[in-house]
Design a protein around this ligand. Structure first.
Ligand code: AHR
Length: 518
């Protein structure tokens, strides 16, 4: 097919713009070279028993005045359904390696201390059956992290038996008695969490020997649903676990296997102890955080290269099952509850990461942002019966067409946004052909002060109109509050067309998703 290249033109509007804004960015979408499928699971969530992430955020109890279905908040479920949450990782996090599932089933729940997060009492009211109910209400798959740190292989094996075996089986019968005769589907099991740190501070070799036993004995009995086992992998740039786990994978015997390797990387803008605030920051902090978050690309490349060495066929997925911004906790809240606000900066940050995952779709097949409700870079914040959607939520909603879409390469002269010594690309872009056959283009303006004019060239297909939504804010540190929950919300946008060219102006620090209509 004959390639059609649309190039940039200057609009009359440019005459009124500041000089920097007149440097147009030309984007070329090459639909002739489709890439890998962007697994919908890169839009996955992580929900830990931490702060008000589960209790209040998801679970209010059957007798609550807050509208609920079997104890689970209706407003939160509806909001999560709207972003088509593909998968939820639960129950942790560090919590998972101290979780004993039997305390959270049946009529008698046994409370425990949540030693990791605030030392509060964990009532275990929200247990396996409640989580599965929640996942099913949302329409998400379950990703269960089993306890490798303080549990036993037998305990984890019996948990999977409880969830996945038939009601005729002894432990399956317990589940049936607890109200769910049908076996649950468990497509993903995490074999520990951060075993290099809160999960037991294990050396890579020690972890590998543990992991093999869990991979062998933690079985799935539900034939209707294959299960993938995800081993603990790297902490940021540390390659020791990647090497050890992948080397053992290459030498695996018939007796065990894994299908995924986990990567954790948080954007902190300076590491721990935390220094960056979630609100009330300046342009320097804006730039520091975006610079830090873009390291995700290098990390994925580093670990993918090691994985390629041991698994050139890319059978093992890289699963970024904890990522996102981690700031100083909101003043006045328990620091152990990891509560933080979510600004327009976080919207930009999330788009940049989702774009990175999509560009590595051949290896990254799941990612789980930390965390879904009320914790870290949340989709949703709740306050008693009130709920607000964060800018990050809106990006996830705008990106729904990218779920299971086919990656399309994009080239652009992004230019540079700089602040002090920090130099970042001014614009980032992602294109894909959706499962509906349409072409979608996401454009992110990283520059927090200056708009950018874009023209879009498309190879091999002629664009007649381009419509979509844009997420911008009056300031890059703006956020939604319970008093003003719609301060930041997507607005409809129709790109200008000139001689078949798509022309759009991106506001400072904004995310725009367009459908390119033929
Ligand atoms: O998401 C908060 C914590 O961060 C998780 O419990 C742990 O896995 C990570 O260190």
């Amino acid at each position: 097919m004959k390639p059609l290249v649309l190039t940039g033109v200057l609009s009359l509007l440019a005459l009124t713009l500041p000089a920097a804004a007149q440097e147009r960015v030309s984007v070329t979408v090459d639909a002739t070279k489709p890439g890998a499928k962007i697994d919908r699971r890169i839009f996955g969530q992580f929900a830990e028993h931490l702060g008000s992430g589960i209790y209040e955020g998801v679970w209010v109890g059957k007798d609550s005045a807050i509208p609920n279905t079997r104890g689970i908040r209706n407003d939160v479920v509806a909001a999560l359904k709207a972003i088509k949450v593909p998968v939820v990782r639960w129950p942790g996090g560090c919590f998972a390696d101290e979780y004993h599932w039997r305390r959270g089933i049946g009529p008698e729940r046994k409370a425990m201390m949540n030693a990791n997060w605030g030392g509060v009492i964990e009532p275990n009211t929200f247990g396996t059956d409640e989580f599965m109910d929640f996942a099913s209400q949302v329409g998400a798959e379950a990703y269960i992290s089993v306890n490798v740190g303080s549990g036993t292989v037998g305990e984890a094996a019996e948990w999977l038996e409880y969830m996945t075996s038939s009601a005729e089986n002894g432990i399956g019968a317990e589940r049936a008695k607890n109200g769910h005769p049908e076996p649950y589907k468990v497509p993903f099991v995490g074999l520990g969490n951060e075993s290099w740190d809160c999960g037991g501070a294990m050396t890579p070799d020690f972890y590998v020997s543990q992991m093999k036993m869990y991979a062998r004995f933690v079985r799935n009995y539900n034939k209707a649903q294959p299960m993938q086992r995800i081993a603990v992998g790297p902490n940021g740039g540390d390659t020791a676990y990647t090497e050890a786990v992948m080397k053992s994978y290459k030498g695996r015997s018939w007796a065990w296997d894994i299908e995924g390797l986990s990567l954790h990387y948080y954007t902190t803008g300076g590491g721990f102890p935390l220094t960056q605030k979630s609100t009330g920051f300046g342009e320097k902090e804006y730039a520091v955080i975006l610079q830090d978050t873009l390291k995700m690309d290098e990390l994925i490349k580093t670990h993918s290269a090691i994985m390629d060495k041991y698994d050139p066929e890319k059978k093992v997925s890289l699963v970024v099952d904890e990522w996102g911004a981690w700031y100083v906790a909101t003043p006045g809240t328990d620091p152990g509850f990891l509560k933080q606000q979510n600004t327009q900066r976080d919207a930009v940050l999330s788009a940049l990461n989702l774009n990175i995952f999509a560009r590595h779709a051949d290896r990254v097949r799941m990612a789980n942002i930390a965390q879904m409700v009320n914790v870290l870079q949340a989709m949703i914040l709740t306050d008693k019966d009130k709920m607000l959607l964060t800018p990050t939520y809106h990006v996830f909603r705008m990106y729904v067409p990218f779920q299971d879409a086919t990656f399309i390469p994009v080239t652009l002269n992004a230019g540079t946004y700089s602040f002090g010594d920090i130099r970042l690309p001014r614009v980032d872009a992602l294109a894909a052909r959706g499962t509906d056959g349409k072409i979608y283009l996401s454009l992110t303006n990283l520059d927090p002060k200056t708009p950018v004019d874009i023209d879009v060239a498309s190879l091999n297909f002629k664009v007649k109109t381009a419509t979509g939504e844009t997420l911008s804010a009056a300031t890059f540190d703006a956020y939604n509050t319970f008093a003003a929950p719609a301060t930041i919300a997507p607005k409809a946008v129709t790109a200008k067309m000139a001689d078949g060219k798509v022309m759009v102006r991106l506001s400072p620090a904004s995310v725009t998703v367009l459908t390119l209509h033929p």
